[in-house]
Design a protein around this ligand. Structure first.
Ligand code: IZC
Ligand code: ZN
Length: 420
């Protein structure tokens, strides 16, 4: 077979080889490391992964792109499984408020936070939203990211604004090398006009919005912000069960700030993932392990909320909950697209080992998006989504933080980012 692209002499080739499913417990450290590695690609698929040279049945010719991996660390393209990528405006005004002691939920309940982003998103044209999100997506790609989840959720009752966000996601998915996966998050905050009767808004989500999204195949997942002052556990349960009935895969923003029982709910409903989990209870963690719910942890958010609390990743790993890591990129609680920074924060603030972290941004992140059979590891037959880092090993990449280690990114077998 002919190779269209080869990366040879790779110092540290992190293949993440293993079963194509979320890894928990001690398996969360299995990274399939090959020293002096080589990888060959034919068009958009991986055709060989090994040590040393290529076997005889794989041929190169003058058109084959040959890259040198000497001194480099090569991994599967990184996957960011939780973002609020598409939105209008920014919220730097919350920085001083936070430093003076106002917290996230106070700002939200006073009509700021998510509500202010909703206004900016409603006022932005499709083109403006597209250009802003494209800029962020370019930054993500530059950090080695090849697949990104994008939530709607800044409509807050304006279904047209939700649809506008999803349309931008679809257009970007078509035009940009990074794959975008859409999540419908109509349940992100209670609209003002439903403040006194939020259940009526839940009815609207269940009766109108979720069926419309599902029928028109506008999203793969459905998410709810289950939080004090936002959606209760009962309301979240109704929404997530409606998602299931309509064949949208349920996800939940669980126990981000207050321990409400979101982790327990994720297990009860059978969510593919529960996200945040800063305040998840012991029982919630046990339930998630039993049902195989993936914990998507967002260490940039706990750092940025500045409450001195963070998700208990060590306990989750000990109890066999698969852990994924994400940016949560959004204009409020985590205005950063930098997944490499989140890898360092996962290590230093959640005490995750480098091996656990890289599994968290590859195969476990892929599994949180239902993509574990296509991406998230470097194995024959998988998509040729590959990141080359100018770092001699994985530990170095995480320890030397705050810079961008990416040298090249390959998406579907093509070099789509190159550091100049
Ligand atoms: O805009 O604040 N947590 N939703 C739930 C967010 C953060 C995004 C935001
Ligand atoms: Zn979020």
């Amino acid at each position: 077979m002919k190779a269209t692209l080869v990366i040879e002499n790779i110092e540290n080739l992190i293949t993440i080889k293993g079963e194509n499913k979320a890894r928990a417990g001690s398996q969360q450290s299995e990274i399939g490391l090959i020293k002096n590695g080589i990888i060959a690609v034919n068009n958009d698929k991986i055709i060989y992964v090994g040590e040393g040279g290529l076997p005889n049945n794989i041929k190169t010719d003058n058109n084959t792109i040959i890259l040198n991996g000497k001194g480099k660390t090569v991994t599967p393209g990184l996957i960011d499984p939780h973002t609020h990528l598409i939105h209008g405006g920014s919220r730097e005004n919350e920085l001083s408020m936070k430093l003076k002691g106002k917290d996230y939920l106070e700002i939200l309940s006073a009509g700021g936070g998510i509500h202010s982003t909703a206004k900016a998103t409603e006022n932005a044209t499709l083109d403006e939203l597209y250009q802003k999100a494209e800029k962020s997506l370019n930054i993500m790609l530059s950090f080695g990211v090849t697949t990104v989840e994008a939530k709607s959720g800044y409509g807050i009752g304006s279904f047209n604004t939700e649809l506008k966000q999803i349309e931008v996601a679809n257009l970007l998915n078509k035009n940009h090398p990074v794959d975008l996966i859409s999540t419908f998050m109509g349940a992100h905050a209670i609209p003002d006009e439903y403040k006194d009767n939020p259940d009526l808004f839940v009815d609207k989500l269940i009766d109108d919005m979720i069926p419309y999204i599902a029928e028109n195949k506008l999203a793969k997942f459905c998410d709810v912000f289950c939080e004090e002052g936002v959606f209760t556990v009962d309301q979240s349960r109704r929404i997530l069960n409606a998602a299931k009935t309509n064949r949208l895969i349920p996800k939940v923003h669980a126990d981000e700030i207050v321990s409400l029982g979101g982790a327990e709910l994720a297990a009860e409903v059978g969510c593919i993932s529960a996200e945040h989990l800063i305040a998840a209870s012991d029982q919630g963690i046990k339930d998630m392990a039993e049902k195989g719910v993936i914990a998507v942890l967002l260490p940039g958010t706990s750092f940025n909320l500045q409450k001195g609390t963070a998700a208990r990743a060590r306990k989750m790993i000990e109890e066999n909950v698969p852990v994924a890591i994400s940016t949560d990129y959004n204009p409020g609680s985590c205005p950063s697209e930098n997944l490499q920074l989140m890898m360092t924060l996962a290590s230093l603030t959640l005490r995750m080992m480098p091996e656990e972290v890289i599994v968290g941004v590859t195969i476990n992140a892929a599994a949180a998006l239902g993509l574990e059979k296509e991406v998230g590891s470097l194995e024959i037959g998988k998509k040729a989504d590959i990141a080359i880092f100018d770092a001699p090993n994985l530990d170095y990449m995480i320890y030397h933080f705050g810079i961008n280690h990416t040298e090249k990114v390959i998406k579907n077998g093509k070099v789509v980012y190159e550091r100049n």
